[in-house]
Write a protein that binds this ligand. Structure first.
Ligand code: SF4
Length: 426
């Protein structure tokens, strides 16, 4: 979501006459779009802002702005703590970024605007242009969250759920397809609760059906889903819609019913497992990834073993595991029995050690197989083309630059820890 919000701001600023600077030192305006979901991310923002102080000292005319979730959470505190910051704008204010910069420039006044506007359509309709890829684009379909999981700051910094009108979403996707986009990733903090906040809208599954019919679309994905909102209609869509890729990110967070209840996740371990089973019934080759938290307050060794056992039971393709950290004002901050840091660290290591061979085995199973890859970027080392399979695995191939942006068939030669290596066969 943040990457896409940054694309939005970059497009707005280009329309207002700004150009991307080649280096930080050459920039006249420096904007940080920030994430507050974990404490570490927030610390990084303050650390980078601290370093920017020296740049501002040398060039007092530059404008430094902070947007996104840390800006929303901290507001005026950033201006107090960081006298060299000129602008703080919240998650609902980024449409106005160019106006804010202009005001700072003209009045040399410092601005802080973190009001929630609950308006998802920009004042002027623009298509945020993808930066990282010419063939893959993000489209926000809703934002905010009503769930208040007890560890999570998102409802406080993104506000309540607001769904966009389906006609606006489809119009935006049509325009992206006209520009040559082949893969669309629908975005929302709680993407599959799309439409539940308004009586005049279609369901998420129906939205997928309508998008699936658009000429030119090759691949459709969405992120991030809540297990409680995985409907039967959505599960059926995985078996029926040809553009809907066989991949789902479905955060489980814990394998223990006691902890899931304390987290206010609104599903049990068996509800979750039933949904995984149904998804695999309609799409046996579906790749599944998850998020999980270790060391939630009160998590005992027995609770933690339930998390280990769900990993063994589901056999995820990949996982994103994190140590719990307090995120005020989320409710779990007040929970007793905080787990000691060294225990959290040890549990995280055990989770990762359990998952590594599962991921490796699943990747190895692809060796020798021919898969469809959308080549849309260069590999990290820059000497190969890189893309993703329909099941979201990264594949690097030695190929002509002319294949950039193409869907190709690739034979997988080697499975590495975090990517696959292959050769184009057609
Ligand atoms: S569903 Fe829970 S974890 Fe996800 S954004 Fe909402 S409150 Fe946070």
């Amino acid at each position: 979501m943040n990457v896409h919000d940054s694309e939005y701001m970059a497009t707005l600023l280009e329309e207002a006459g700004y150009r991307e600077a080649s280096t930080l030192k050459k920039a006249d305006v420096i904007l940080l779009n920030t994430c507050a979901v974990r404490q570490k991310a927030e610390e990084k923002v303050y650390s980078l802002l601290g370093r920017l102080k020296f740049l501002k000292k040398k060039r007092p005319d530059i404008i430094i702005g902070v947007g996104g979730c840390v800006a929303q959470k901290e507001g005026e505190r950033i201006l107090k703590r960081m006298p060299h910051v000129d602008l703080v704008f919240g998650t609902h204010q980024f449409y106005h970024v160019a106006e804010f910069i202009e005001k700072v420039r003209q009045n040399r006044a410092r601005i802080c605007c973190v009001d929630f506007s609950y308006q998802l359509e920009p004042p002027r309709r623009i298509i945020p242009l993808p930066r990282e890829s010419k063939v893959r684009a993000y489209v926000t379909i809703m934002q905010g969250c009503n769930n208040f999981c007890t560890y999570c700051i998102v409802p406080y910094v993104r506000g309540r759920e607001v769904s966009r009108r389906s006609e606006d979403i489809i119009e935006e996707i049509k325009r992206l397809l006209d520009m040559g986009i082949k893969e669309v990733i629908l975005l929302g903090q709680n993407v599959n609760s799309y439409g539940q906040d308004r009586s005049d809208e279609i369901s998420f599954a129906e939205l997928l059906r309508r998008i699936n019919k658009l000429p030119g679309l090759k691949r459709l994905r969405f992120i991030t889903s809540h297990p409680k909102d995985i409907s039967k209609e959505l599960i059926r869509a995985f078996g029926e819609l040809e553009t809907l890729c066989e991949y789902i990110h479905l955060p489980v967070q814990s394998g223990s019913d006691r902890i899931l209840k304390m987290m206010n996740r609104k599903y049990t371990r068996s509800d979750y497992l039933r949904k995984i089973e149904s998804l695999r019934k309609v799409r046996p080759d579906i790749a599944i990834s998850t998020d999980l938290i270790v060391g939630f307050p009160g998590e005992t060794e027995a609770d933690f073993k339930e998390t280990l056992s769900i990993l063994k039971e589901v056999e995820y393709d990949t996982i994103f595991a994190f140590k719990y950290s307090d995120r005020p004002p989320a409710k779990a901050v007040t929970f007793k029995d905080k787990v000691r840091e060294e225990v959290k660290k040890e549990r995280l290591e055990r989770v990762l050690a359990l998952q590594a061979p599962i991921t490796e085995r699943k990747n190895k199973a692809l060796e020798g197989k021919v898969v469809e890859v959308l080549l849309d970027t260069y590999s990290k080392r820059g000497n190969q083309l890189s893309g993703r399979t329909r099941c979201h695995r990264v594949v690097n191939v030695a190929a002509e630059n002319g294949l950039l942006g193409q869907l190709v068939k690739v034979k997988i030669k080697e499975a590495l820890a975090h990517s696959l290596r292959g050769e184009v066969v057609s």
